[in-house]
Ligand binder design. Sequence first.
Ligand code: NDP
Ligand code: 2IT
Length: 488
Amino acid sequence: MRRIGAISFCDTLATHGRLAAICSLYNLCTMSNPPTPTAARIADEIMNVVDAHNANEPEFRQAVAEVIDSVASVVERHKKYRDAKILARLVEPERVIQFRVPWFDDENNVQVNRGWRVQFSSTLGPYKGGLRFHPSVNISVLKFLAFEQILKNSLTTLPLGGGKGGSDFDPKGKSDNEVMRFCESFMIELARHIGPDTDVPAGDIGVGVREIGFLFGQYKRLHNKWHGSLTGKAFGWGGSHMRPEATGYGVVYFADAMLKRNDDSLEGKTCIVSGSGNVAQFAAAQLLKQGATVVAMSDSGGCIHDKDGIDKEKLAWIIEQKNVKRGRIKEYVERYKQAEFIENGEDNSIWKLKADCAFPCATQNELVAADAKHLVNTDVKLVCEGANMPATAEAMHVLMESDVLYGPSKAANAGGVAVSGLEMMQNSMRLSWSAEEVDRRLREIMKSIHDACINAAEEYDLNASYVHGANIAGFKRVADAMIEQGVV
Ligand code: NDP
Ligand code: 2IT
């Protein structure tokens, strides 16, 4: 420090004169042993910057605040993270791409949507994360998702950076041809920004195997290369066994690990699963395999409550209804008369039901403080998140203050991206593993994420909090790699 100080004094004297040199020496003397800032001050300082730079991005600020709340104490303990300005660098995306997506609808009208790709962090590997097609998509939503993805992907221990993209395009009510034309136009721009060693998108809300197929076809045509540049491909042409199941199954494996640690299991538990898309469908399917009873599922219109339980046959009906007919879940009650449909409203939601375990698998901020209080007051044992950031900050607070076992999304839903990572490996090796092999690896990854959360929480004396544990374990791997890679 002193030696550098002397050099700095002489250099500054030569280039900027005496006053500047004295000032720089004074700064060094007074700064040589600055008091360690408290975690609270570290958090305040970085959140002031984040709030000022991202004033119109509430979801992004929410996601960052939650992480900072956990990792500020890590930064307080380790000077190396402060010196390298890790937090200030981590909250700034490496690159954000926005583009126009023009396309023809079936009536030959020109339609225009917005497309984005947020390439947030390439520290641990190529940018990796899904594409979301939904009218609510905007830059705030995509930045929150990409930011979460950095730490989630870090938890998997696979070589994956963090990214997210998508469009405000609404696939609902569109013909297959319209979806195809939209995907082709979207990919004409996206193709120049992605690649197997650069950025590997996958699915998310509104993007499933149909959309990935259209996107992949256009990518291949543009590059004239059969690259594993997208994951979530159909099994027949480069997809991995178990990728469709991975997120939902992984959520339930994580829940099982939380319960096992408390000498309990899912067997015989009643469960509510919000959503009825990819994640919800396979979470419900795995819950049935583990001997639980699923009594409610939902879509954006409302939920169905079936006290007799949604068994395998009823679940198959829901899957057909959502994936093939692209219909609404409320039609369930016409087929299964004992069930009731509860329309979403001010005081009505799936979270007003009673169950042993709750699995939010629809979308962000779907579970608010009043829902969390209701769940706690009705003795829910476990809340395990399939959707990304499904609980509001206030709802998270309620759950974290309670005895409920609470599995946060970036840990609990990491199974999807983990199997995407396995799909990338299989593509690189030009082989495919059996479903049993992929499932075995998925179970191992979910268990190791669970253990990493607990170990990190214990190291920081955080009372087995999975929320803090996930943030800290995910953060440390990225932060250490950032230091090793220099100021980039
Ligand atoms: P899908 O598009 O397959 O399904 C989404 C489900 O959530 C549908 O039932 C949909 O209802 C409902 N939903 C979507 N938006 C809203 C909304 N604004 N309000 C209420 N309900 C809504 O998406 P996925 O199942 O793939 O994704 C669900 C969640 O899981 C998302 O948070 C996603 O980010 C997360 N996730 C997904 C992964 C994956 O591998 N697919 C991996 C990790 C996390 P409706 O049909 O009425 O629109
Ligand atoms: O939120 C997520 O982890 C995903 N949508 C899956 C991302 C991926 O690259 O498989």
